[in-house]
Design a protein around this ligand. Structure first.
Ligand code: HEM
Length: 533
């Protein structure tokens, strides 16, 4: 099913700000006392200075100074909505997770989509991966799937994440992003090639959050009541069709409506056009994982569908906008460590880093008791011995404050134990995945070759314009890597670098030309539609 609503970039106004209304309640201070005057501070005489006793003024200004919490260190700009997840195929043979025991089972969920490198006010239409974070409020506790709109990632060792992100964010002196820093990182980390090619392709700028797929990217696992484990990758296929913007379209939208994707998601749900995604898994047995020629836990690689076909297990629909953006989206805390019974990790070493990193980020960003905010609370009760801390709300009453105890406090139940995850090898720092899998360019080559010729041309142009301002030694090294992906790619990008250098404004002119055509009555073109992977 395709969504063919013509994209409008004109910002819309909130629907509750259309008709004038009388005040619905009397203004109060933070503790319920009615406020008689919210326009004039208490002064000493008509011309006098303000008195310290004007608590209303002090409360307002002091609270205002504390309105910001730190933004997410990555994925700062995002949007989200609540929805419903429905199981379309029960998989009790794979997992004990209650949600997957019966076809038709449902749970409420939350999705947050984001860009990665920019800050809160960044334009939505930049070339960047899109975050695809899902929280399922299941009866076994919260299951979070914190993925992206690409099936692979730039790096495969968590220790490189801060370096990678620093290279994508701002230069220490200029305070600006730098193509040189980005490509310098990428010539040193050849495993990034696959993901970078995705990003420089059409899918680097999705038309909206509704028009993109999501992926776990990582390998996770599922385990059943016999203690058997399988490895899985998760796929979320948009039912609106994958649609993308050209750089020209994205550039115009960034100027006219930087919150375009945020508007698109919210307004679509307000109109009742609830976006939907199909949920599928690829399954690999531990025996296959031992021998498969692609390293199964290397997040820079996909599992080809011909070897591991997609199995559809569910679908979700987003049908409820947040009532308050800050409390429900800004304070939403997604964490790959939220894996209820029946779900599990895999030996992917970068997933291990993420299992630590997110909950830690939430404790810093929101506070130790972030789990008690309604958006983060599970639908099942929480019973444990955590106590106190800033803004604690949960009340454990007079239960014992330690475990084990003799007085009926919550106790662990070893019948719920996860089956063991077999691991082998000596503890060491491994520079790479096994020799057989040091293929940085094979899968990017396949990706390049399934692109239509016009997309390949756009990839050359996108790379060329991005590489033009970068020092020559980095250009040369990067183009040599592109040659290994496909000689046509290397040659095409070299050509585009030369063009962009000869006419530094050529990219801009091309953009202006496209915009002219648009202004003259042409439709805003939606380009590069790709279906499936
Ligand atoms: C957000 C760390 C890799 C997807 C974040 C945040 C941190 C982080 C600290 C901010 C969390 C917050 O403040 O709420 C890391 C580390 C990684 C890594 C250390 C590698 C070791 C990945 C990968 C993906 C991903 C591979 C996707 C497959 C996301 C998404 C968000 C996010 C979607 C935003 C979640 C939201 O909407 O709140 N990451 N990340 N990250 N990350 Fe990662």
């Amino acid at each position: 099913k395709k969504d063919d609503v013509k994209p409008s970039i004109v910002p819309t106004e909130p629907s509750n700000l259309k008709e004038p209304k009388k005040p619905a309640s009397t203004l109060t201070n933070d503790f319920g006392t009615p406020v008689a005057d919210n326009q004039n501070s208490v002064t000493a005489g008509p011309r006098g200075p303000v008195l310290l006793q004007d608590h209303h003024l002090l409360e307002k200004l002091a609270h205002f100074n504390r309105e910001r919490v730190p933004e997410r260190v990555v994925h700062a700009k995002g949007s989200g909505a609540f929805g419903t997840f429905t199981v379309t195929r029960a998989i009790p043979e794979l997992t004990v997770a209650k949600i997957f025991q019966k076809e038709g089972n449902q749970c409420r969920m939350l999705a947050r989509f984001s860009t990665v490198a920019g800050e809160q006010g960044f334009a939505d239409t930049v070339r960047d991966p899109r975050g695809f974070a899902l929280k399922f409020y299941t009866e076994d506790g919260n299951w979070d799937m914190v993925g992206n709109n690409t099936p692979v990632f730039f790096i495969r060792d968590g220790s490189k994440f801060p370096d990678f992100i620093h290279s994508q964010k701002r230069h220490g002196a200029t305070g600006r992003r730098s193509n040189t820093m980005q490509f310098d990182f990428w010539i040193h980390k050849k495993e990034a090639m696959h993901q970078v090619l995705y990003i420089f392709g059409d899918r680097g700028i999705p038309r909206s959050f509704r028009h993109m797929n999501g992926y776990s990217s990582h390998t996770y696992s599922l385990w059943n009541d016999k203690g058997e484990r399988v490895y899985v990758k998760w796929h979320f296929h948009t039912q609106q069709g994958v649609q993308n913007l050209t750089e020209a379209e994205a550039t115009e939208i960034a100027g006219k409506n930087p919150d375009y994707a945020r508007m698109d998601l919210y307004d679509a749900i307000e109109r009742g056009e609830n976006p939907r995604w199909k949920v599928s898994i690829q399954v690999m047995t531990p025996e296959q994982a031992e021998t498969y020629h692609i390293h199964p836990f290397d997040i820079t690689k996909i599992w080809p569908h011909k070897d591991f076909p997609l199995m559809e297990v569910g679908e979700f629909e987003l049908n409820e906008n947040p009532k308050n953006f800050f409390t429900e989206i800004e304070q939403a805390a997604f964490e790959p460590s939220n894996m209820p019974r029946g779900f599990g990790a895999s030996p992917d070493k970068m997933l291990q880093a993420r299992i630590m990193s997110y909950a830690d980020a939430h404790r810093y960003r929101i506070g130790a008791n972030y789990g008690q905010l309604p958006v983060n609370m599970p639908v099942v009760p929480v019973h444990n011995y955590q106590q106190d801390g800033f803004l604690r709300y949960a009340d454990a009453g007079g239960q014992p404050t330690y475990e084990p105890n003799s007085f009926g406090g919550p106790a662990a139940d070893d019948s719920l134990k996860e089956p063991p995850l077999p691991l082998h090898g000596a503890a060491d720092r491994f520079a790479s995945y096994p020799e057989t899998d040091e293929d940085y360019f094979g899968q990017p080559g396949a990706l390049y070759r399934i692109m239509a010729p016009d997309e390949q041309q756009r990839v050359h142009g996108n790379y060329g314009r991005a590489l033009a301002p970068v020092p020559k030694f980095i250009q040369d090294e990067y183009c040599a890597m592109l040659d290994k992906v496909d000689p046509r790619l290397g040659a095409g990008v070299r050509e585009e670098i030369a063009k962009a250098k000869a006419e530094p404004e050529a990219g801009l002119e091309q953009i202006l030309h496209e915009l002219h055509t648009y202004a003259a009555g042409g439709d805003l073109k939606v380009s590069g539609e790709l279906v499936g992977e």
